[in-house]
Write a protein that binds this ligand. Structure first.
Ligand code: ZN
Length: 107
């Protein structure tokens, strides 16, 4: 498997970083990058919609993995995994309330 071959032995299983040219003290582990297109935001001049990017990161400075949120090139937040879980559950709850309790005329 290619990912296994690239992964350093100190990498968490979710790390996909090649770690070329890094010193061990500077090693930052990164997971798969996820994105969500933000359909209610104004489009860029090139016609593309802004993206919310999500990334799992672990650096030597961190006590544990952090979920980084970024709006295109702008960092928005770095959440602990517990904070990310709470945010995810609240987002699902809000979407469920909107889906179940919004009259059709207001949708
Ligand atoms: Zn790694």
């Amino acid at each position: 498997m290619i990912l296994t071959a690239l992964r350093h032995r100190s990498c968490p299983p979710w790390c996909i970083e090649a770690h070329t040219g890094e010193r061990p003290r500077e090693r930052a582990h990164h997971g798969w990058l996820h994105s969500i297109e933000l359909s209610t935001h104004p489009k860029f001049a090139n016609g593309e919609l802004p993206q919310l990017w999500l990334d799992l990161v672990l650096t030597p400075r961190d006590d544990g993995p952090l979920v980084h949120l970024q709006l295109d090139d702008l960092p928005v937040a770095a959440l602990t995994t517990r904070e990310a879980e709470r945010l995810g559950l609240r987002l699902i709850g809000l979407a469920a309330v909107a889906a179940m309790e919004t009259p059709p005329a207001a949708a």
